[in-house]
Design a protein around this ligand. Sequence first.
Ligand code: HEC
Ligand code: HEC
Ligand code: HEC
Length: 428
Amino acid sequence: MKAWLRWPAAGAALMLVLAPLVVAWLNVRGEEPLSDAVPGPAPAAQIQRGAYLAQVGNCMACHTQAGGAPFAGGRAIDTPFGTVYSSNLTPDMQTGLGRWSPDHFWRALHHGRSRDGRLLNPAFPYTEFTRISRQDSDDLYAYLHSLPAQSQAQPPSTLRWPLDTPWALALWRALYFRAADPSPQGPAGQSAEWQRGAYLVNGLGHCGACHTPRDRLGGLRSGEPFRGGLLPARQGYAPALSDPAEAGVMDWPVEDIVALLKTGINGRAVVSGPMAEVVFRSTRFLQEADARAMAVYLKSLPVQAARTLPVPPRWPAQLQLGRQLYEHHCAQCHGEQGQGVPGAYPALAGNRAVAMGQPANLVRIVLDGGYPPATPGHPRPHGMPPLRQQLSDEEVAAVLSYVRDRWGDGAGPVSSLDLLRDRGTDGF
Ligand code: HEC
Ligand code: HEC
Ligand code: HEC
């Protein structure tokens, strides 16, 4: 080999050896030595605190299979890269957390590593849970260890090679995951209520897991917090909490935000789809002070417009068909003038869900219908019927284009392509 070639070659070889070491180091730095000691039964007050925290973190939703034992895992979580199954959080010795110490549990939430050191898939939102305090982690642990043990092994994921390898995960984590500072100093000058809200929204509540956009590798775009995220597996769009034209609540009184979190409905909006689940399983249990703290923090988010989509041209024949369909299928509930019926059917006129650039949720609700969550504050909500059987793709596109043309404040029409995308038949 020529002498001048030798140095680059040696450099490349060195890189090949060093890069994996750097990636491995990025994945374990900041971790402390673990104790294996499993404590005895916890005081009742701690178990009760943990039970509440598990509701705020919505742990049960992901960790319970339809019809299965609570917290025994096995629920399929769709990701853009394949399906991951949740694990068993009951204290079973073989298949659950029976042998886990509070240190192991803290490492899973804070560093995203399992008891045996395995790197965990970020479908478990430890990218957010890393901000959970050690005290809250210990309380959650106490609660989970108080549950009846269930024997149920975690099914293997269906990720494709090489995404199912520890190296792919290690690389992903080196790019996108940093364990949070375990004792953070919040920004000076903010009230204790604001700090509490920031902690709940960004940590246990993991609102950003859906509401923050992700890039092609599934990494959260941390520079664009809460700017709106498209959910995997055609579950719809989590609108921007940073944009008052989408889901931003900067201009709402605190009471209205609290009402939305606790009942799923207020005079301005009604939740549906995945957000109805979040309210039903999690935020409706928020203690008044915590709901207010979240509201105060959400109100203070810096305004950042949602990502904009190009607006396609309008098509008069489609709008005419849409008008007929609206009168036949929608007007009896939503009104000739889109005015709705207060407390029963949401208005479409002046509704920001109708005007949103991204039409995924409109398509979703017309095809599948929906129910706002039933909560003590709003016990018997009216539902929207699914129209998948009655309307063709062209008709759904037409009626929604009409609704957007009339009440969408300049939002573009909906095309059959948006419908194909929803059915997942165009490869998205
Ligand atoms: C969005 C869905 C989701 C939510 C919400 C969620 N988890 Fe999980 N969790 C998962 C998935 C999926 C895994 C499996 C990850 C893997 O095996 O790589 C997991 C794994 C875990 C593990 C590691 C278990 C093991 O055997 O290694 C722990 C501990 C855990 N979750 C605790 C919690 C707690 C506590 C909460 C609530 C504060 C919670 N999870 C909320 C989806 C979720
Ligand atoms: C599983 C994904 C998911 C999570 C987690 C989630 N959201 Fe949502 N959110 C959605 C979707 C989808 C919508 C759009 C449907 C709707 O408007 O109800 C939405 C809508 C909203 C809206 C607008 C409601 C309206 O109709 O104007 C607010 C406000 C909101 N979310 C706040 C939150 C907060 C606060 C959290 C954390 C406690 C959170 N979300 C967690 C998916 C999610
Ligand atoms: C039987 C009464 C009924 C009919 C008919 C009906 N809807 Fe609805 N619609 C509802 C209810 C109730 C909701 C609230 C559902 C929820 O929150 O999940 C709703 C929600 C919606 C939303 C979401 C509003 C929001 O704020 O998120 C849109 C858009 C919508 N309907 C459009 C239509 C269109 C278009 C048609 C006709 C093709 C139609 N609806 C027919 C009752 C109805």
